[in-house]
Design a protein around this ligand. Structure first.
Ligand code: ZN
Length: 144
């Protein structure tokens, strides 16, 4: 276990550092005050996406989705439930690939919904297709 944790704020992009012991207390962003680990799914834009996937001390799972995609909308509450369950080990975020098409081009995303798990600034694994919360949780646990 490390002594300090570095986490990018998924809302404003601020790089935060705090002692590992504060993890469960619900650390907040030094700049904008949002909870860094709140068990919520944060909506990313392209800039926050790139910052957050680069090098954080907690793994991040991103849901690549679009408003027109029915299975994506079906999976949203499942993804949110998994985010609560894995609150202290993994952060959850999503990005609208219709609004930010350059992201899907760069990552060569051909079908959505697609989940990509990142750890230490690297892509660890992908899971495509809509999944129940339990399936998302076991996917994350299996790769960390
Ligand atoms: Zn912030």
């Amino acid at each position: 276990m490390q002594d300090a944790i570095k986490l990018t704020c998924l809302t404003c992009g601020q790089a935060n550092r705090f002692p590992f012991a504060k993890l469960e207390a619900g650390p907040k962003c030094a700049k904008c005050g949002v909870l860094l680990i709140g068990g919520d799914v944060t909506d990313l834009d392209d800039l926050q996406h790139d910052k957050a996937t680069r090098a954080d001390d907690l793994p991040l799972i991103v849901d690549y989705w679009a408003p027109w995609c029915g299975p994506c909308r079906t999976m949203a509450p499942e993804f949110a439930a998994a985010a609560k369950a894995l609150r202290l080990s993994t952060r959850f975020a999503k990005i609208d690939t219709e609004q930010f098409p350059t992201i899907s081009q760069r990552l060569q995303i051909r079908g959505i919904p697609l989940l990509i798990l990142y750890a230490k600034g690297k892509e660890v694994a992908r899971l495509s297709g809509a999944r129940p919360a339990a399936g998302i949780e076991s996917f994350v646990r299996q790769h960390l």
